[in-house]
Design a protein. Sequence first.
Length: 258
Amino acid sequence: MAQILPCKSKIVSGKENEICERITAVMSKTIYLIPGVGANDKVFMNLELPGYEIVHIKWPKHKKNESLQSYVKKLVPQIKTDTQPIFMGLSFGGIVAIELAKLVEPYKIVLISSIKTHHERPLKLMFLNSLKFHRLLPGKLVLQFRFWLNWLLGKLSEEEWELVESMIQEVNIEFNEWAVDQVIHWHNDEAPDNLIHIHGTADRIFPSFYVKKANWIKGGSHFMVVNRAKEISKIIMRELREVKEIKLTQKRQLRKAS
């Protein structure tokens, strides 16, 4: 059951509801950054999101056979109650953002290089699952196969390679295996209405062929949150500004009609 904002409570109505809506409109917004498999806080370091408080979601310890829905409940205590949350997820983090939004109602959900429903998941992931490929090749061993990572993430500069290497050195292999399993078996039929999806046309993990309706980054790879951060930041800021303007316009219209 989603946490409900005070303005939507059944016990608030009429004039009280109007006052509550005005308060909500000016509430500060907090962006919660949720990384993907094999990544951490560092992957978001190039994003420029002025005017928002930034909180990096930390992964609590998982249980071996724990469901994603059960695990996501452990993240709720990290969400503040005095600001409106914006859940921003990268890859697996986007899937987590959608599940988290089922528990805590966000102002907006932002997906970067991720999928909105299981219908956007490529068939090759099911094939790799049948081979248990992600379990045969431990995270730190991947560093020995630069050509494979270059294909998967796109061509990386030396600076970007250093970032990838530093993140892989900090990888929790057991958590990564569990997270990949969750991606492969995730089931979600409908995309939330309050969602912004940013995706690269050259993404090889979640190919654009399967993705419906997104803000496209031409030539963007699965690593574009790092090397195309400026473009991504502009889209995020523009989309959030448009949402704010729409909400304020709707409120003015409601006041005039009443």
